[in-house]
Design a protein around this ligand. Structure first.
Ligand code: UDX
Ligand code: ADP
Length: 474
């Protein structure tokens, strides 16, 4: 059996599906790529002539869309037809943590995977390779297989379509904010599967721009579990360094120096040792919770507890930042104005899923603070949804706390008692502290939870500074 891949489609036009398919289309001009979504507005936005309106902000993505859209890259809601014509279908739908039922709070909710698999079962024709792209719990391929085969057992359909499915796991390791570079120059590509020809067909696509030595072939289950494990290990490093940031503040050690010193040990490495307000994003928390669920399911309770620690430290870091802000502002933030700079979970993305800013802002609002929130890429509407609270109009003050959307750093900092940095956006490195100080209320505090600001310059302007992991904070 040899596959010839001329036409592929991807179910799910989100942060993974969109950029991934754009790069495949860019690197493989002879393949026609269609990205599908049930959300009509999302598809309209992907097709928008104004490239600053794309649903996903990712440096470099707009240029690829400009080059390929309408040539061999399409965005559509025509799920039925595209599935029936595709030789290969990527599954890139969301798999959030279940909020109710068995496994609530830990297990991944697979209802979108199931729904899209059923769409494939109904509409696909002939030989089709189905590729898991979303991060999935180990053994999800089994569920996908069961659904697809059940449809095949339906005799009528079988005669009609003569269907045959081949399932592959090809987890995506891209990080948001650097997605295009990660896709163009990945450390490795992982393809898990049972059918060698199907694996080779997908490997051949990647070989258009990736060294074959970097393409790893495994069985389905190793591939699924490797993705969960990679995310768990990365998140664990962040919780480890964040736990030490607290200790540095008490002992006189400096987290930047400690991080550099341990990172130069080849066995540890320098990446993922930046302290911050805790990890966010769509993967880390969800995947660790899922790992915990699976461990408990198999009776490995100690292993589950071990990974639970990583999540606990992440919440602890967010809680303690809120406590620091309140303590420094004389024990209360009620009716005080505080500027929040950065709302996305990291720089260079408009994604706010699991952003530490959500918890930190909500806690400050609950304490009665009046927040002024600025983020270069996150919209007012998105923040309103995340905080479950409308932005106020200037000068309206609520005893229950409130927040106001700001469109510039200066606008956010006017009249505030404190400025809190929550995302590592580049523009926060060069803030004009002299100008900000003029407009703020004195004494003015800077809380830099990402260690991105030029705090020496801020101190020169008489701003009081708290830096994460530094004992020299006032
Ligand atoms: C992550 C994985 O990196 C990626 O391989 C996987 O496919 C999906 O999950 P992503 O969530 O997009 O990617 O971003 P990442 O760069 O990993 O950052 C995650 C969180 O950790 C962010 O909130 C970031 O600010 C934080 N972080 C990261 C730190 O606090 N310190 C660090 O040193 C690195
Ligand atoms: P990720 O970060 O994994 O890409 P997103 O939430 O950004 O996750 O994207 C997932 C996309 O999948 C959403 O745009 C959602 O509308 C889409 N989706 C979910 N279920 C289906 C389905 N059955 N058919 C088509 N699209 C779907």
């Amino acid at each position: 059996m040899k596959f010839e891949i001329k036409r592929i489609c991807c179910i799910g036009a989100g942060y993974v599906g969109g950029p991934t398919m754009a790069v495949i289309a860019d690197k493989c001009p002879s393949i026609r790529v269609t990205v599908l979504d049930i959300n009509n507005q999302k598809i309209l936005d992907w097709n928008d002539n104004d490239l600053s309106n794309l649903p996903v902000y990712e440096p470099g993505l707009d240029k690829i869309i400009k080059r390929c859209r309408g040539v061999n890259l399409f965005f559509s809601t025509n799920i039925k037809e595209e599935i029936s014509l595709a030789d290969m279908i990527f599954l890139s739908v969301n798999t959030p943590t279940k909020t109710k039922g068995i496994g609530a709070g830990q297990a991944s909710d697979l209802k979108w995977i199931e729904a899209s698999t059923r769409q494939i079962a109904s509409y696909a024709k002939g030989q089709t390779i189905v590729v898991e792209k979303s991060t999935l719990p180990v053994r999800t391929a089994e569920t996908i297989k069961l659904i697809l085969e059940a449809q095949n057992d339906d005799n009528n359909k079988k005669e009609e379509n003569n269907n045959q499915f081949y399932i592959l796991s090809n987890p995506e390791f891209l990080a948001e904010g650097t997605a295009i570079n990660d896709l163009e120059n990945p450390d490795r590509v992982l393809i898990g599967g049972e059918n060698e020809s199907a694996i080779s067909a997908l490997a051949k696509i990647y070989e258009n721009w990736i060294d074959p030595k970097k393409i790893l072939r495994t069985n389905l289950w190793s591939s699924e579990l490797s993705k969960l494990t990679a995310n768990a290990f990365l998140a664990q490093r962040i919780s480890s360094i964040n736990s030490i940031s607290g200790l540095c503040e008490k002992t006189g050690a400096d987290i930047g120096e400690v991080s550099k010193a341990i990172g130069m040990d080849r066995r540890i490495g320098s990446e993922f040792l930046k302290p911050g307000p805790g990890f966010g994003g769509s993967c880390f928390k969800k995947d660790i919770l899922n790992l915990i669920y699976i461990c408990n399911y198999y009776g490995l309770h100690e292993v589950a507890e071990y990974w639970e620690g990583v999540i606990k430290i992440n919440s602890w870091q967010q809680n303690r930042i809120v406590r620091v802000i309140i303590n420094k502002l004389f024990g209360t933030v009620a009716e005080k104005s505080i500027a929040i700079l950065g709302f996305s979970f990291k720089s260079n993305t408009n994604d706010t899923r699991e952003s530490p800013a959500i918890k930190i802002c909500n806690d400050l609002i609950n304490e009665g603070a009046k927040l002024k929130i600025y983020d270069p890429k996150v919209s007012k509407k998105k923040i309103e949804l995340d905080l479950n609270l409308k932005s106020t109009v200037e000068n309206i003050c609520s005893p229950n706390g409130s927040w106001l959307y700001s469109t510039t750093i200066l606008d956010a900092a006017k009249g505030v008692d404190g400025i809190v940095i929550l995302t590592d956006w580049n523009e926060f490195k060069n803030i004009n502290w002299n100008e900000l100080y003029k407009y703020s209320r004195k004494p003015t505090w800077l809380f830099d939870s990402r260690n991105v600001c030029d705090t020496d310059k801020a101190k020169e302007e008489n701003i009081k500074v708290w830096e994460l992991g530094s004992s020299s904070s006032e």
